[in-house]
Design a protein around this ligand. Structure first.
Ligand code: ADP
Ligand code: MG
Length: 428
């Protein structure tokens, strides 16, 4: 049978200010068959939304090929519909009008448009809300409208871009359960679902296969088949095993990448924003019982109520500063990490400052420039321009913001937001 979707060696770049290119997707391969829910799991910024836009035909790749039911994707595809994280409803239209919108382009008779929209509204649990406006609905109900609008066109492929992440925990879970039930009963007029998420448990709960995506550039690094019947039980041992396995694979790759990056001269290493408080918090939790310096990542994430997107950058920062090591699915405090846990605030600042000088080349670089200048100050642009030679503008901003907050804690240098300038309070 023809695949619903084939993506081969897809590559996508975006232009950057300096005339260079940012490689967002590189050599991405994926296929979808009829009857599958496929998960695409990756951190924010890894290129998931970009890939979905290519699949929907809303953007074109610079390399590789995409095809839908065997035919090349060269523009918006009729059989592909999308559900967005932010719902993307028109506030001035009623629920019915928002749902009908999906059908206007198909050129159907008005009576059929209305009948199909009403059926989709009914199916998705919005019966009685046809004439309500989005502002009158809760977040969960609004996303149901988002689903109805996508489903109403009877797409072969439903693309979902983090559809539950703007919802509270309970609402999200209800919507997931309803969706899986409709899918399982064969009530959805859809042949396959591609679900983008950064939530490991959500992927294990809903998907037949999960594709793991790396960042910078975005690539699909592995695939995990979830061999569990629906409905799935989050608390069952096999479910937890899958979650663990994915954690391990995701951290293993992060560690490899960190090693590769820190082997370079280093200023070009993008830093994800993590506050010293978050680092201190995780170190304290790790040092305390029952962990005593070492924990299973999924366990400590759960205990600290952190999602992958939040935990990984913190674990990564700790690794970079050599306050902890990550191996397999475990995180373990180093000798210095243990000292940090036991230290008072002043000693903590000292440990942090030394770690910055030794292990964060950008921090050491900024300090050196400030030391060498007579004024002991430098405008932000001095370093922003330098970073933008190596990374996208927003990554450069983030990296600088991160190094500023770390340096403030370690009292390595200071930064004045109003003047947009770095300076030294205690030049050597
Ligand atoms: P995700 O959905 O996984 O969070 P995105 O696909 O939204 O990731 O973005 C991946 C990277 O591509 C980011 O670094 C983002 O800044 C960049 N990017 C996305 N769209 C554009 C665009 N239109 N122009 C420039 N850069 C973009
Ligand atoms: Mg996205």
């Amino acid at each position: 049978m023809t695949n619903l979707l084939d993506v081969q060696n897809a590559r996508r770049t975006f232009p950057r200010s300096g005339g260079e290119e940012l490689l967002v997707l590189d050599d991405v391969n994926l296929t979808m068959k009829q009857g599958e829910i496929v998960g695409l799991l990756g951190r924010s910024g890894s290129g998931k939304s970009t890939l979905l836009r290519l699949i929907a035909g809303l953007a074109r790749p610079q390399g590789g090929s995409l095809s839908y039911m065997g035919a090349p994707i060269e523009g918006p595809v009729q059989g592909v519909a999308m559900v967005f994280q932010g719902f993307a409803l028109f506030p001035w239209m009623t629920v019915l009008e928002n749902v009908q919108l999906g059908l206007e382009a198909l050129g159907l008779p008005q009576a059929e448009i209305r009948a199909r929209a009403l059926a989709a509204i009914d199916l998705i649990g919005l019966d009685g809300y046809e004439s309500a406006y989005p502002r009158e609905l809760s977040g969960g109900m609004r996303q149901r409208v988002g689903f109805a609008r996508a489903v109403v066109v009877h797409p072969s492929i439903l693309l979902m871009d983090e559809p539950f992440s703007a919802l509270d925990v309970l609402t999200a879970e209800n919507l997931r359960t309803d969706l899986i039930e409709l899918w399982g009963n064969g009530k959805l007029p859809i042949k396959g679902i591609l679900l983008v998420t950064h939530n490991i448990e959500e992927a294990v709960l809903m998907c037949d296969r999960v594709l793991l995506m790396t960042s910078n550039p975005g690539r699909i690094s592995s695939e995990i088949k979830i061999d569990l019947p629906q409905p799935r039980d989050r608390t069952s041992a096999p479910f937890e095993d899958y979650v663990d396995q994915i954690y391990v694979e995701m951290t293993a790759r992060r560690v490899e990448r960190m090693r590769a990056i820190t082997g370079t001269t280093g200023i070009e290493m993008p830093l994800t924003h993590v506050s010293p408080n978050q680092v201190a918090g995780l170190i304290e939790a790790l040092a305390a019982m029952p962990y005593d310096g070492k924990a299973d990542l999924p366990d400590i994430a759960y205990e600290q109520e952190l999602e992958v997107d939040e935990l990984f950058p913190v674990a990564e920062a700790m690794q970079l500063l050599r306050l902890a090591e990550v191996e397999g699915g475990d995180i373990k405090l180093t000798h210095m990490g243990k000292r940090f846990a036991d230290a008072d605030l002043n000693e903590r600042k000292e440990i942090f400052s030394r770690a910055l000088m030794s292990h964060v080349p950008l921090a050491a670089h900024i300090r050196k420039v400030l030391d060498e200048r007579k004024s002991h100050s430098a405008p932000k642009t001095r370093f922003l321009d330098e970073l933008e030679d190596h990374m996208a503008e927003d990554a450069a901003e983030d990296t600088l913001k991160t190094v500023v907050s770390w340096a403030r804690f370690g009292e390595l240098f200071s930064y004045d937001d109003d003047a947009a300038a770095f300076s030294l309070e205690n030049p050597t």
